[in-house]
Design a protein around this ligand. Structure first.
Ligand code: PLP
Length: 500
């Protein structure tokens, strides 16, 4: 493999790019602004010292950001196999709808008499979520999955407080396979987290769960389908048991994509569940756009849902209400949530229709199982030979003999032009590789990805360990000290660094 460096630092048509501060200079400017006329109206508060912002011309600025974008990976570039993240295509129709002036130019402080259309979008998104989940009330304001979890756990707190049992019920049970946000949320909401064991088949151990119930349990947080990509077959028994014990059932619904139109969480006994619009409902993800994590509630928790509530006023118009009789947990954000994401999600729901949404789940599960079937002979599948839901879970145990680990496979994938799968998660599987192709990949794309992973597994059988340890060779940066980057991030540019 060619690892030669170049004089310019560029690699082929990928240009090396310095920081904006290093590339530009305060002495240059891309725009000519006229000198302000007359007296300043700032009352002597205007800045005297130079602003010291780097000046660049328009083409320099444009190139800077285009070059940076080329160093990134995106769903618009290729399959994005991150398990548990549901990185699916963002339909351009959604983008067109969100850019309609009537939505894009709204201000959250406009009188509601002028925003009836936007409120109707919020109402309809809530209606679809309730229909799909079989739940009682929807709160749309939470701005991410984790924010939704916090919202749900605050509602559980409020419900326990209303029963006068908050001081006595302090424990929240989470399985070992839980998403990291679940125990973090429970702790942030003031509960003690207690782990429930998993079985050798990757599911919640029902007898261990039963043994941990008691009058001091506030609730349970379970992801279903779980983070091993498996449906929890005892989910109804878990719901019944937690309710008998006087606790609530929080379901992490980030993986709703797998059961959309097939199973309604309300029928399973769920009390609160967040839904990631940026996963299941195709709104942009990660750096591409803000998240949105609406929460749906059972009848028992509905009175404690966060404000605002949509109501119909005396003139039959939609209005926002801040209070409920039972005592809402209050507001989770200043305004009404991520309006642009609601428009995109509704466009997605309406363009698919109920039958189309069901097919989303069917195709997502089909794609994951197809991939699992192709890869199972080449990598080890820790939970036996059964089918999976929306994501395939493998590990590195068959590669270990050559000293090759999950991280080496992930780095090899970078050189092959793919963002790696989720690695070392779920924590219950040593050297986990969690792969979620989603339904928006064609069979040809899934095959191309499978062929690449199979070729990597074949290569790992040869005497090529050093090449694995040296990967990636073709990326703008090679193996980074990720721990140091996380612990000791350099977030500030200092003047002294500016080249003469
Ligand atoms: C993505 C995800 C979350 C968190 O969602 P964010 O929007 O990233 O906060 C929680 N649980 C599971 C299972 C997830 O996959």
């Amino acid at each position: 493999m060619n690892t030669e460096t170049t004089t310019s630092g560029s690699r082929g048509l990928l240009q090396a790019e310095p920081l904006l501060f290093d590339a530009g200079s305060p002495a240059r400017t891309g725009v000519d602004l006229p000198k302000p006329k007359g007296e300043s109206r700032l009352g002597g508060l205007e800045r005297k010292a130079p602003l010291n912002l780097p000046g660049l011309s328009e083409p320099e600025t444009l190139r800077h950001y285009v070059r940076l974008s080329q160093k990134n990976y995106a769903i618009d570039l290729g399959l994005f196999p991150l398990g548990s993240c549901t990185m699916k295509h963002n339909p351009r129709l959604n983008e067109r709808m969100a850019r309609l002036e009537g939505f894009a130019d709204l201000h959250p402080l406009q009188p509601t008499s002028t925003t009836q259309g936007a409120l109707e979008v919020i109402r309809q998104v809530g209606h679809w979520l309730l229909t799909l989940t079989g739940m009682h009330t929807a709160a749309l304001t939470p701005k991410a999955g984790a924010h939704g979890e916090f919202c749900g756990m605050l509602a559980i707190r409020a419900a326990l407080a209303a029963r006068g049992e908050l001081d006595q019920r302090k424990r929240v049970l989470t399985p070992t396979s839980a998403h990291g946000t679940n125990p973090a949320t429970a702790a942030a909401a003031g509960f003690h987290v207690e782990e429930v064991a998993g079985t050798s088949r990757g599911r919640v151990d029902l007898s261990d769960f039963r043994s941990k119930l008691g009058a001091d349990v506030a609730g349970v947080m379970i992801t279903n389908p779980n983070t091993c990509g498996l449906f929890e077959p005892d989910i109804k028994a878990i719901a019944d048991l937690i309710h008998e014990a006087g606790g609530y059932f929080y379901c992490d619904g980030a993986n709703f994509n797998a059961i959309l139109g097939k199973t309604r969480p309300g029928d399973l006994g769920v009390d609160a569940m967040h839904i990631n619009l940026h996963k299941t409902f195709s709104t942009p993800h990660g750096g591409g756009g803000p998240g949105a994590g609406p929460v749906v509630f059972s009848e028992a928790l509905a009175p404690f849902a966060p404000a605002p509530f949509l109501a119909i006023d005396r003139d039959g118009a939609l209005a926002l209400q801040e209070e409920t009789e039972a005592g809402t947990v209050g507001r989770l954000c200043a305004f009404h949530g991520q309006m642009g994401m609601f428009v995109r999600a509704l466009a997605y729901m309406l363009s698919h229709g109920s039958d189309g949404l069901r097919q989303v789940a069917e195709d997502a599960v089909l794609n994951a199982n197809y991939l699992l079937a192709r890869l199972r002979e080449h990598y080890h599948a820790p939970f036996g030979d059964g089918p999976c839901m929306h994501e395939a879970l493998l590990d590195d145990s068959t590669l270990k003999a050559r000293g090759i680990e999950t991280i080496d496979v992930a780095k090899m994938l970078l050189d092959e032009g793919y963002h790696p799968m989720t690695t070392y998660f779920p924590l219950v599987v040593h050297g986990a590789m969690l792969i979620e192709p989603t339904e928006t990949e064609s069979r040809a794309e899934v095959d191309r990805f499978a062929d690449t992973l199979i070729a990597i597994a074949e290569r790992a059988k040869g005497n090529d360990t050093a090449a694995f340890k040296a990967a990636p060779q073709l990326t703008p940066v090679r193996r980074l000290d990720e721990t140091r980057a996380a612990r000791n991030p350099r977030l500030r540019w200092r003047e002294a660094q500016r080249p003469e």
